[in-house]
Design a protein around this ligand. Structure first.
Ligand SMILES: [Ca+2]
Length: 276
């Protein structure tokens, strides 16, 4: 009786546990074709439609000679409507490591394809795992999307506690609609609202060229993660000693966020300036 399990596993995207510390943004650039495995790192999807004929999952779409589909650059995410069944398609961001009490702003842009009028539905949810069942919080919903020019949605989200949250774009248009386009997703925060937090037994000190982390009692699995303004991790090192110094010669000048984390919880984070 293994077959049903295998089929179930193939019907959903592979679980990816990549986690990101905001700020984060993507224009779905450089990835064209079927969604898996070509979406940006950490993105995931589920297609819960049950009628296979005429069914499609979330995919990337590119501009053509005659048609601009992307809001910026050359690619966007899109859904093509099921022909005979209400759509039920989920697109998940990477896991976002959020700090309790900080207000995050989620921004994205959406439109219908200008070629053909349709009425589309899209919602944004949040949850602790990249599955439809876990998406228990609805942050935004629009059941009457008809704009052929991109419009922006801006949603604020303030977790009570430190947590990893996934955000989900749920496409649930009626059957026999057409194309919904999604582009330029970002998750940012007001830098001033992030506490340069610290437990007393962890400290981060940066002189512009090197960075020193002190930990009273190192915990197995703890990491130093430095992210740039786009949310990309540019340096990741295990912390195994009470005091470790890392050279920053490989980073260009600028402002970064340095975090001490065990991937589930960040015990210390602060902005650092790299200078020569
Ligand atoms: Ca579908």
């Amino acid at each position: 009786m293994r077959t049903p399990f295998l089929l179930l596993a193939l019907a959903t995207a592979p679980f990816v546990s990549a986690q990101v510390i905001p700020p984060y943004s993507t224009g779905f650039e450089g990835q064209v074709g079927n969604l898996a495995p070509l979406f940006p790192d950490g993105w995931n999807w589920e297609d819960l439609n049950t009628v296979p004929l005429g069914n499609q999952s979330w995919q990337i779409i590119k501009n053509t000679v005659s048609q601009t589909n992307a809001r910026t650059d050359s690619t966007a995410a899109h859904m093509f409507s099921h022909g005979s069944e209400m759509n039920n398609d989920w697109l998940y961001t990477p896991g976002m490591q959020l700090q309790g009490g900080t207000t995050y702003t989620i921004s994205f842009w959406y439109s219908v394809a200008p070629l053909f009028p349709s009425t589309e539905r899209l919602a944004l949810h949040a949850g602790p795992a990249p599955t439809a069942l876990a998406m228990t919080e609805t942050l935004w919903s629009n059941t009457n999307i008809e704009n052929p020019v991109y419009e922006q949605a801006v949603v604020e989200y303030t977790p009570d506690d430190d947590e990893v949250r996934y955000f989900a774009f749920h496409y649930f248009s009626e059957e026999f609609q057409f194309i919904l386009l999604l582009d330029d997703v970002s998750i940012t925060y007001d830098g001033a609202s992030i506490a340069e937090r610290g437990s007393a037994d962890r400290s981060v000190w940066c002189d512009g060229r090197s960075l020193t982390v002190s930990i009273d009692t190192p915990v197995n699995g703890e990491l130093l993660v430095i992210t740039d303004a786009s949310g990309r991790a540019v340096l990741e090192r295990p912390l195994t000693a009470e005091r470790t110094t890392f050279g920053l010669d490989g980073l260009s000048e600028g402002i970064y966020l340095a975090s001490v984390t065990d991937r589930g919880r960040t015990s210390r984070s602060q902005r650092i300036a790299v200078a020569r």
